[in-house]
Design a protein around this ligand. Structure first.
Ligand SMILES: Nc1ncnc2c1ncn2[C@@H]1O[C@H](COP(=O)(O)OP(=O)(O)OP(=O)(O)O)[C@@H](O)[C@H]1O
Length: 580
């Protein structure tokens, strides 16, 4: 079953069967290391007594066995734990992406999608890695420590007790180190964020600061932020070295105690060597616990960030009348080819327009944050098949208008209707299925060209995909590809230019057969002649679809039916018709 990230739980340390098995394998590897050191000690001292070689053979075989067992079991543990972690990561990524979708774009803040995704991927990796870096070593250390204490107790119970006390003391140090690390990590992160904030502010305002003679104060401010960062990093390093030193002190004290006890135990010299070496080898094995606390503290901070992000309430949700999509029949629906019929049932007001619908905004206002109006009140009608350009200065609400049309944002006042159906009463998925969105950051997945197109049209056959590429102006490019639709794009695949990337996004929109295409500055990064050709191809390829394009440029405006100029959230000079 798919495991979703539970926002109420910090999912750092969980115990699964696979992790326990990996921990046990790690325990055998660690115990083999301890046994290797102690039996080697026994062997060296016994060999010094020059007994008959036959007497040493058993120990020689044991040393070789432990020497071989350690890497073999370590390798086996790594295979097992990474297998569990990678499967866990894949499941959690799927669950996390599914939880992110309803938050896009309104609840992801002003950060770009790439930043959000990179942050989420890194955080999730750290959370899942904690299983390998914390749970597995903790189980392994426990198994090996308890095993070492129990076996030495058979030789001398007092030495067994010292090892048990050593295990307990190291566990206490690990818990304290974890607390210290959590606190210092929070301080370092805050100090680093402060340095970044000051650097950004002072560089952005450098000219103004120079004019008002504030450069010196800005430098002082930056220096103070650096001093705070250096102090918090130093505190963190002190905490780390203190905990590492504490484990060494515990190991040293235990070794001294064992040496004293061994000398009074009456055991022969080789066994005494074994008893003295037991805490040295065990201490080395327990040392990994303090390292694990770093991974744990980092994972906890990452989990907290993820929980905060995924716990946000989506800006747009289905009307209470609308049944969850999972309970509704799923059928291929293609509004442009007019193949599907309206489904009946308790689904609010299902949206199943025949052909391209009429979109109407009446007295509509919308805002990204509660109590704020970033758009409207405005009236706007998009007739079926109409091509409308939206222009205007930065922040005038152009992208917000597209967000409302795609139902990424619901109106705070007024109405948005599609063929006279109020969209807020229609299933969200129906509205979203009407629109294809192309923005200035089209994403190319690492995968085949076919997979990149199938993202928007999972049921389309190759002929439809090839046709979409040709209509988006990528025919010649496609003909030049050795493997056609099987060519790999993205990381490790074919390089692709900015123009080709934009055309690929347009081909996706065409392949999706959605009747309304929303474009947010699709040619922002292209040179003028390329942009002209891309827009011409786009409008031709769009066929009978409605096209609404936000743009800062004048490129392609003469090909549009209408240009709407926005100013502070409303159309400024009415709606201007452009001569054809
Ligand atoms: N995802 C978001 N979350 C919060 N506020 C947002 C978001 N997107 C836009 N805004 C805010 O809404 C207002 C209108 O922005 P919008 O992006 O619609 O303008 P725009 O005309 O498209 O600007 P630009 O030309 O710079 O893209 C701005 O104040 C902006 O800060």
């Amino acid at each position: 079953m798919m495991r979703h990230l539970d926002p109420t739980r910090l999912p750092t340390l969980h115990l699964s069967r696979g992790l326990v098995v990996a921990g046990l394998l790690g325990g055998v590897a660690t115990a083999s290391g301890i046994a290797l050191t102690t039996t080697s000690g026994w062997l060296i001292v016994r060999a010094d007594e020059q007994p008959q070689i036959m007497l040493l053979l058993t120990a020689i075989v044991a040393v070789r066995t432990f020497g071989l067992a350690r890497p073999v079991f370590r390798y086996w543990e790594r295979l097992r734990s990474h297998d569990v972690a990678l499967r866990d990561l894949a499941e959690r990524r799927t669950g996390t992406y599914a939880a992110l979708v309803p938050l896009t774009p309104a609840r992801l803040g002003a950060r770009g999608r790439t930043d959000v995704l990179t942050g989420v991927v890194d955080d999730l990796t750290d959370v899942v890695e904690a299983s390998v870096r914390v749970t597995v070593p903790a189980i392994a250390a426990l198994v090996a420590g308890v095993g070492a204490a129990a076996l030495t107790a058979l030789v001398d119970p007092r030495v067994g007790l010292v090892l048990a006390a050593m295990l307990l003391a190291t566990a206490v140090v690990a818990i304290l180190a974890d607390r210290l690390e959590s606190r210092s990590q929070a301080a370092v992160l805050a100090a680093r964020a402060e340095v970044a904030r000051v650097v950004q502010l002072t560089t952005e305002q450098a000219d103004e600061l120079r004019v008002i003679g504030g450069t010196g104060s800005a430098h002082d401010w930056l220096r103070a932020a650096h001093v705070r960062l250096r102090a918090s990093v130093a505190r963190q390093s002190r905490g780390r070295s203190l905990s590492a030193a504490a484990v060494l002190v515990i190991t040293g004290a235990s070794t001294l105690a064992c040496a004293a006890l061994a000398s009074t135990s009456g055991a022969d010299a080789p066994v005494r060597a074994l008893l003295v070496l037991a805490p040295v080898a065990t201490g080395e094995a327990l040392g990994v616990l303090t390292d694990a606390t770093r991974a744990l503290a980092r994972a906890r901070a990452c989990a907290r960030r993820l929980v905060e992000l995924l716990g946000r309430t989506p800006a747009v949700v289905d009307h209470p009348e609308v049944e969850p999509p999972s309970r509704r029949p799923r059928g291929a629906w293609d509004p442009l080819r007019r193949t599907a019929h309206a489904e009946r049932g308790t689904q609010g007001h299902p949206l199943r327009p025949h052909g391209t619908p009429r979109l109407e905004l009446r007295d509509l206002a919308a805002g990204w944050l509660p109590g704020r109006t970033d758009l409207g009140p405005l009236d706007l009608t998009i007739e079926p098949g109409e091509r409308v350009a939206i222009t205007g200065p930065n922040g005038s609400g152009k992208s917000t208008l597209l967000a409302v049309l795609a139902r990424h944002l619901d109106p705070t006042a007024g109405r948005y209707t599609v063929d006279d159906t109020d969209v807020t009463h229609a299933p969200l998925a129906d509205v979203r299925r009407l629109v294809a969105v192309v923005d200035d950051e089209p994403h190319v997945l690492a995968g085949t060209l076919r997979a990149n197109l199938a993202l928007a049209a999972p049921d389309a056959d190759d002929q439809v995909l090839v046709d979409s590429l040709r209509r988006a102006g990528l025919g010649t490019w496609l003909d030049g590809l050795e493997h056609g639709l099987d060519s790999r794009l993205g990381t490790g695949g074919l390089g692709i230019s900015g123009g080709e990337r934009t055309r690929l996004a347009i081909a996706r929109a065409i392949a999706s057969a959605r009747p309304v295409v929303l474009l947010d500055e699709p040619v922002a990064h292209l040179d003028h002649p390329t942009a002209e050709v891309v827009i011409a191809d786009l409008l031709q390829g769009a066929g009978e679809r409605s096209v609404i394009m936000v743009t800062h440029h004048h490129v392609g405006l003469d090909r549009m039916d209408r240009v709407v100029t926005m100013q502070e959230g409303v159309p400024s000079h009415g709606q201007e018709r452009v001569p054809g």
